[in-house]
Design a protein around this ligand. Structure first.
Ligand SMILES: NC(=O)C1=CN([C@@H]2O[C@H](COP(=O)(O)OP(=O)(O)OC[C@H]3O[C@@H](n4cnc5c(N)ncnc54)[C@H](OP(=O)(O)O)[C@@H]3O)[C@@H](O)[C@H]2O)C=CC1
Ligand SMILES: CC(=O)C(=O)O
Ligand SMILES: [Mg+2]
Length: 647
């Protein structure tokens, strides 16, 4: 049995119009949300409580009275999306995974409560008649753009960012298309609401603001039953999972189960910025406990109240998860690891990189976005990457990930061995400069950076000694780029490149204002979380946002649309080059090394096309034939947040 998304199934079955049917009580009433689920024996049962279809087979369901059908616009996009959803040849059979098969058919009261299909006041008169909505809505019929205007107005009324976040999450749970229309069309204003910095505060307070669950929670309680848990998710055709175990949420540390805000936020960017269909996205939090005492003692904490499981217990749960999702969703499922602590992150990437389509956003996505910024920054500082010296504060996932990709790019450009190109890159961790005398005590991911040098304890001394042209903050500790550090960078360089990557804003190594003021307006500056433009001595400086959000949506789209089965470093390099190529002269004139997020869908299409092209070149793409114009193809694949007409 193939699995279909709701719309595809209904369209293929040729069903249209609304209908009446019998409920469990025998009362005739308009079909409301009908959710038919099948057990392993092919029997269907009710999952909504509104309509029961017992002992039905697929054919019987197909013959069932006609439900509401979305009329898909005739475009390549919808055909790609539908193809993508039905193409689960690599996935396990229904019998193997015992997944209940579900079809939702919404009308009437339940249609208004189905976020994927709800249009609120935008339902037309015809739709109100056809779908049993008469009387359930006030008389006004409004266009989607007016709804967007109203929501934006309402959100702007909130002074507290967390309230804006909650309003956005409520909207996502109420009317998905309106949520995405609003986010896509006001991305610069709303990205800081659904993403960093506000999502950080939301995770810290997730328990107390918890209303409607989002995403899938897999805790130690579900050990041995993960396949069964995946079955409870209403969508079967998942193309991308963002998963965290909550141990390193932004620079805020261990937030346990409350890290869920991150996969939810990242996946909403997959859709808004990269055009991946929301129904194909699955946010997951793996809860193995938390070592955060404050949360363990918080009466509103939503996770397991125990210390983190480690070692074999941890590994077994992750392994069961990785096996189950591949079995359920197939080999082409993209799994993005997010905000794991570094003592697990590198090992998970190495282990599953060989068997799954996995990608660590903190290590690889961050590396790709920073490399893009550095390529663009060469316009200001001249030379090639090989001419520069790099110093990092922070030698974890982000720091060593970026360092390695820079070294790889230089190695490719100069044909110098990787070991050689690493020598211009220095990292400082919490114990000081990473040098060879520390090698025996270093974690494995730091060892390649242990160069010959006398030990140096403090960042400022490392800056004076190494004389970097580029200073990158990946420490997760705010205000560590002090006045002295920035001034020293400015005394060494005409145009010092300073990137404060740590999130959220409170953890940024310095603010935009500090970077410009202390460097007398000479710094090329970008930060992980957004800062407002700064006025210094009558001139306006616009800081860029060096955040992996520029990369992962386009990278993910490129992998998905080409049916790629493994991530390769060359794809990260291709993504960097594609992003850097999107910085316009106008952006350079403003001092920017990243293009504005306003054009992000176009940028993502270019990134997706470059990644897909690389995947085809490497023989890792499985979707054939290769589309002629990959940029156009990527654009045509993207989810549209405009309402569809219901017959
Ligand atoms: N802008 C972006 O797109 C991204 C930003 N980030 C941000 O980067 C930060 C770090 O993330 P990640 O690399 O995953 O975290 P890790 O925990 O893997 O690494 C943190 C590193 O910082 C070092 N460190 C901690 N405190 C200090 C200090 N006071 N002085 C010097 N070094 C210190 C640690 O040292 P030690 O090893 O000795 O413990 C470690 O090497 C986070 O704030 C995160 O939000 C992450 C990914 C993407
Ligand atoms: C942006 C991001 O992934 C982080 O701060 O962890
Ligand atoms: Mg992250």
């Amino acid at each position: 049995m193939i699995s279909l998304n709701r719309t595809t199934f209904l369209t293929q079955m040729g069903v249209s119009g609304a209908c009446s049917t019998s409920s469990a009580t025998g009362r005739r009433h308009p079909v409301s949300l009908k959710v038919v689920s099948m057990d392993s024996n092919g029997r269907a049962g009710d999952r909504s409580g509104s309509v029961v279809v017992e002992n039905s087979t697929m054919n019987e369901i197909a013959k069932a009275p006609s439900p509401v059908v979305e009329v898909e616009p005739k475009s390549t996009a919808s055909s790609w999306a539908q193809d993508a959803y039905v193409d689960d040849s690599a996935a396990a059979t229904e019998e193997q995974i015992m997944t209940p098969w579900s079809v939702s058919v919404a009308s009437g009261y339940n249609l208004l409560r189905d976020p994927r299909h709800n249009k609120g006041l935008a339902f037309t008169e015809k739709e109100r008649d056809a779908h049993y909505l008469r009387g359930l809505l006030p008389p006004a019929v409004v266009a989607q753009n007016l709804q967007v205007k109203k929501m934006l107005h309402n959100i702007r009324q909130y002074q507290v960012p967390l309230q804006k976040y909650m309003a956005m999450m409520d909207l996502q749970e109420r009317n998905e298309k309106l949520f995405y229309n609003l986010l896509i069309n006001h991305v610069e204003e709303l990205l800081p609401v659904v993403y960093t910095p506000t999502v950080g505060e939301a995770c810290q307070k997730y328990g107390s603001i918890f209303r409607q669950p989002q995403g899938l929670y897999i805790s130690l309680k579900e050990k041995g039953r993960i396949l069964e848990v995946l079955r409870n998710w209403p969508e079967k055709n998942i193309q991308v999972i963002v998963v965290t175990d909550g141990e390193r949420i932004l620079g805020l540390g261990d937030l346990g189960c409350q890290g869920m805000g991150i996969p939810v936020g990242k996946l909403s960017l997959y859709t808004a910025l990269g055009g991946v269909f929301p129904s194909a996205c699955l946010p997951v939090t793996i809860d193995v406990g938390t070592n955060n005492e404050e949360l363990l003692n918080d009466e509103f904490y939503i996770g397991l109240r125990q210390k983190r499981a480690t070692g074999q217990e941890y590994a077994e749960l992750i392994d069961e998860f990785m096996t189950a999702v591949k079995q359920c969703y197939g080999e082409k499922l993209l799994i993005q690891f997010e905000d794991f602590a570094n003592h697990n992150a590198f090992d998970l990437l190495a282990k599953y990189g060989a068997t799954h389509l996995v990608f660590n956003d903190d290590i690889q996505g961050t590396a790709s976005v920073v490399l893009a910024g550095l390529i663009a920054a060469l316009k200001f500082v001249g030379g090639s990457l090989a001419d520069h010296r790099f110093l990092f504060l922070g030698a974890g996932e982000a720091g060593t990930g970026i360092a390695e990709l820079i070294a790889l790019e230089i190695s490719k450009q100069t044909n110098a061995p990787l070991e050689e190109t690493r020598k211009n890159i220095w990292l400082v961790d919490s114990k000081g400069l990473i040098v060879s005398s520390r090698k025996d005590t270093l974690q494995h991911f730091k060892k390649p950076w242990a160069h010959e040098h006398k030990p140096i304890r403090k960042l400022i001394d490392a800056v004076k000694e190494i004389k970097p042209t580029v200073l990158i903050g990946t420490s997760g500790v705010g205000r560590t780029f002090t006045k002295e550090v920035v001034e020293t960078m400015a005394s060494i360089n005409e145009k010092p490149i300073i990137l404060s990557l740590s999130n959220p804003t409170s953890q940024s190594e310095c603010t935009a204002e500090e970077a410009y003021k202390w460097s007398q307006g000479r710094a090329i500056f970008a930060s992980g979380s957004p800062f407002d433009p700064v006025n210094y001595k009558g001139k306006t400086f616009v800081p860029g946002q060096a955040n992996n959000a520029y990369i992962f949506p386009g990278l993910g789209l490129g992998l998905i649309m080409s049916g790629t089965i493994r991530v390769h470093d060359d794809m990260l390099l291709a993504a960097s080059e594609a992003l850097a190529s999107q910085v316009t002269q106008d952006d350079y004139n403003k001092g920017l090394i990243y293009p504005p997020f306003t054009n992000i869908r176009k940028i993502s299409a270019h990134i997706a096309a470059s990644v897909a092209a690389k995947a085809y070149e490497l023989g890792l793409a499985t979707r054939h034939p290769q589309p002629k114009d990959l940029v156009k193809y990527a654009e045509s694949c993207m989810y549209s947040p405009s309402y569809q007409n219901y017959r």
